[in-house]
Design a protein. Structure first.
Lengths: 209, 466
């Protein structure tokens, strides 16, 4: 059960961060679901070109990039602006964030497919108002801050200085809290799907050719 | 009150709604490729599950395949071992589960969004998903088509259904006649420039208006293809005679079955009194050829415009614009026509259909690729497109001009195969994304139509006049 996340905020002051930035295509050649931590934001994190299988220790590190510096290398919360995760459907983008240790991404909006993918992998994408995003940026830009995210109460807290309540559908919150397997849940409706399918086949036989 | 085509498709596929606002929809067609499927198949095996309905699934390798391959090529010849493994895995998974695959040696292999329609596997009224965001392409046929992640690929394989939330309805009315030299690619780039890359987020976008009615199915596919670049995972067009003509020509269905189907397909249009959550009117007659200058598909200008100075934008936007200019090696008020290009790529699921190749070839006839361009490649979207082009002699025009005539695949759109940009190389590309590093580490992409790409190939630069 995961209903409370506490971690350092890594601010990346950019909008439209696309999934190619989160993880470049080279690493999509993997057939695994894990092991993407060293490739997150690859183009920004390193000064050389990587390839699948290469380890962080072998790379030329870009020390200007926030996630390469302590304590941000242990951040659990990513703070960014509009339209985070736009672009391709690659779930690898979420896997890379998850494998690096990011558990919450805060933005004013998200790409639709990326947003969906997050909930399948225990990464919480939080949509906040632009003014709240601005507030968090001014709080976290100069000094590292640790915030907590209470998923049950739907509130972000920073000491006694800040509390931001957020909207999140209960079913989405539950997916993060309990990490439910959606296939198992859907298969409980097997009979219903089968019935629907038979009816559809009867009325639209050309689809089933 | 009437229904939009999206509403009709939604109702037609709705299995059940849940209390929490989500719904379960039935999936008619599932396309698979080698990049986003291996983890889904692995998950299926771990759970000892089998695909729910084998025939719903169609697979082809497209992202990783080398485009320099000839007829004798086999998977074993893929030089990059990691790419090879992915193509082998797809082969293995399709064999293990009995899924129909157009493999690397098939005449019908190609980019998954190109082969679906041309093989008659995309039919009006279908719900179609694929682990690829450009699945919106199939919306051109009045389909409920969208890209999904790998967990959802596994879910669709296992359950033939998808858990989703209904989107809002948006309609874009493109009215008027386009100027000469303008194509559907320019129209969609102009739209993205206008509403932004998040403009369609949360919406199913219907493309309508006299312009849409007048254009071919290929051009409609180009527009629906890039609806995701405007943020909309679903882009679609109401069914009309053109849709039905195309499907009749490409389908293998028996005559009586197709006649029954047509009666149903004719209802796949938005009702006159349907309501949209948002509606936008665009006069296409004023649109010039468009070229992207930055690292987001909304960073687009007319081909003869200057790079916009960051100072005219809001403070929040300015930072991203400056970063984009820095990455692209550009400065404020620079003319696009000042830039020297290194490579030209004609291809991708956006612009690799026969019409796109004809459009480029018309410009290239009797012309030569500029000496400054050190690689110009044309990658047909499928075996069928390639064959058709060769029948028409289009390949000769490309080759005579100095283009390389390649085998089908996604190729330099995303550079998962050896077709890539080197650092700082500038490319005129008919693809869909100009993101940093998309075509190769530190590569610089300018998105444009096939015609503009061909003109850039000849001149080595963006032309000042058309």
């Amino acid at each position: 059960m995961k209903d409370f996340i506490e971690g350092i905020v890594a601010p990346i002051d950019r909008d439209n961060i696309d999934t190619d930035q989160i993880i470049p295509t080279e690493y999509l050649k993997s057939i695994k679901k894990f092991g993407y931590e060293d490739y997150l934001f690859d183009g920004w994190r390193y000064k050389d070109q990587g390839r699948l299988g290469i380890k962080k220790a072998e790379r030329k590190i870009n020390h200007e990039f926030i996630l390469n510096n302590s304590p941000y290398d242990e951040s659990k919360v990513l703070l960014t602006r509009d339209n985070f995760g736009c672009g391709s459907s690659r779930e690898h983008a979420v896997w890379a964030l998850r494998d690096f240790g990011i558990e919450v991404v805060i933005a004013s909006s998200f790409g639709d497919i990326f947003y969906n993918n997050c909930f399948k992998n225990g990464v919480l994408p939080l949509k906040l108002k632009k003014t709240e995003i601005e507030e968090l940026f001014s709080l976290s830009t100069d000094n590292p801050v640790t915030i907590s995210v209470n998923i049950k109460d739907k509130v972000i807290l920073f000491k006694d200085k800040l509390s931001i309540y957020f909207d999140l559908d209960d079913n989405l919150a539950e997916r993060i809290i309990y990490g439910l397997d959606e296939i198992d849940i859907t298969l409980k409706d097997s009979k219903l799907i089968k019935k629907f399918e038979e009816h559809r086949k009867e009325n639209n036989p050309w689809i089933f050719e | 009150m009437g229904y939009t085509i999206y509403d009709k498709l939604w109702n037609e596929h709705l299995i059940r709604s849940y209390d929490d606002g989500d719904s379960l929809i039935y999936i008619d067609r599932h396309f698979l490729h080698e990049v986003t499927s291996p983890q889904a198949f692995e998950g299926l095996k771990k759970k000892s599950l089998k695909p729910w309905r084998i025939n719903a699934n169609i697979a082809t390798p497209d992202h990783n395949v080398p485009t320099t391959r000839g007829n004798e090529f086999s998977i074993e010849n893929i030089e990059d071992n990691i790419s090879k493994l992915q193509v082998v895995e797809l082969d293995k998974n399709c064999n293990d589960f009995g899924i129909k695959q157009f493999n690397i040696n098939s005449n019908n292999q190609g980019i998954v969004h190109v082969i679906g329609p041309e093989l008659g596997l995309t039919l009006p009224g279908m719900s179609i998903v694929c682990g690829d965001s450009h699945t919106s392409t199939h919306g051109a046929f009045g389909c409920l088509a969208m890209g999904i992640g790998t967990s959802e690929v596994e879910h669709v394989l296992a359950t033939q259904s998808l858990k989703v939330r209904k989107l809002k309805n948006m309609r874009i009315n493109f009215e008027g006649s386009i100027q000469e030299g303008v194509s559907s690619k320019d129209i969609i780039l102009y739209l993205i420039r206008t509403i932004g890359t998040a403009g369609g987020t949360g919406y199913a976008v219907e493309f309508a208006g006299s312009y849409i009615r007048n254009i071919s199915m290929e051009a409609r596919m180009t527009i629906c293809n890039m609806s995701i670049e405007a943020g909309a995972k679903v882009g679609l067009v109401s069914v009309d005679d053109k849709t039905i003509e195309y499907v009749k020509k490409h389908s293998n269905l028996e005559a009586n079955l197709i006649n029954d189907a047509i009666k149903k397909w004719k209802n796949l249009t938005t009702d006159k009194d349907a309501m949209f959550d948002k509606e936008i009117d665009i006069d296409v007659s004023k649109i010039n050829p468009q070229v992207s200058w930055g690292t987001s598909p909304e960073m687009v200008i007319d081909f003869n415009e200057k790079i916009p100075p960051s100072s005219i934008f809001s403070a929040e936007k300015r930072k991203s614009l400056d970063l984009a200019k820095n990455y692209m090696g550009l400065s404020d008020n620079q003319e696009l026509s000042d830039l020297d290009f290194d490579k030209v790529f004609i291809g991708s699921c956006t612009n690799s259909r026969i019409e796109d190749l004809r459009e480029a070839a018309e410009v290239l006839k009797g012309q030569k690729v500029s000496e400054n361009i050190h690689e110009a490649i044309v990658v047909p979207g499928s075996g069928m497109v390639k064959e058709q082009a060769e029948k028409e002699g289009i390949h000769k025009i490309f080759i005579d001009a100095g283009f390389q005539w390649r085998a089908p695949g996604c190729s330099m759109c995303l550079g998962m195969n050896p077709d890539q940009l080197s650092p700082y190389e500038r490319c005129a590309s008919t693809s869909n994304r100009n993101f940093e590093g998309r075509q190769g580490n530190l590569g610089r992409t300018h998105l444009m139509s096939p015609k503009m790409a061909a003109l850039t190939a000849i001149n080595g630069r963006i032309v000042k006049e058309i």
